[in-house]
Write a protein that binds this ligand. Structure first.
Ligand code: MN3
Length: 201
């Protein structure tokens, strides 16, 4: 089954002024599309072609297949990234179960916010910062390039793209400002709650 570029779940103007139409046009239409095209080329004649995208992520990492790790990994990461944001998102009103888990496992919302932003700020070069479920508990993680928590024995439930293509048009080099805006004004906590429920079974 070929990889396919999903449509954005909102209009290109929906996330402005925190993420502009121009950023979404380049990021979704060009960058995400390239991962889909490259991923499909790499999967041609691959024994992994019929597997789920989650299974391919794990297999690629175990085999140290850099091409698949980065292109199929990035396809997985971006499919969810578009849903991890929404118009009018962010802020401190979280759904009950994820709020309780953040309190229990991460020391509360303020500490979550500081640690999540710190993970994104300190990821050297390109990569992602994550909120993930590992061994039944929430954990903050960061990964380089196209890697994701699936490749490290965890289930991602929120991720923020810290590749420059995600913020350079709107924030130039100010990655911490972008991360602050993502947490305060963009996170779609309902989608995080949904992924959390699936991850903890
Ligand atoms: Mn990206």
């Amino acid at each position: 089954m070929a990889l396919e570029l999903p449509a954005l779940p909102y209009d290109y103007d929906a996330l402005a002024p925190f993420m502009s139409r121009e950023t979404l046009e380049f990021h979704h239409d060009k960058h995400h599309m390239a991962y889909v095209t490259n991923g499909n080329n790499l999967l041609k004649d691959s024994p992994h072609a019929g597997k789920s995208i989650e299974e391919i992520c794990v297999a690629a990492f175990n085999e140290k297949n850099a091409g698949l790790i980065n292109n199929v990994g990035q396809h997985y990461n971006h499919i969810h990234f578009w849903h991890w944001m929404k118009k009018g998102g962010g802020g401190t009103k979280l759904p009950g179960k994820i709020a309780a888990a953040i309190d229990a496992d991460l020391g509360g919302y303020d500490k979550f916010k500081a640690d999540f932003i710190a993970a994104g700020t300190t990821q050297f070069g390109s990569g992602w910062a994550w909120l993930a479920v590992k061994d039944g508990k929430l954990a903050i993680m960061k990964t380089p390039n196209g890697e994701n928590p699936l490749m490290h024995g965890a289930h991602p439930i929120l991720g923020v793209d810290v590749w420059e293509h995600s913020y350079y048009i709107d924030y130039r080099n100010a990655r911490p400002k972008y991360l602050e805006a993502f947490v305060d004004s963009l996170i779609n906590w309902d989608y995080v709650e949904e992924m959390h429920a699936k991850a903890v079974g």
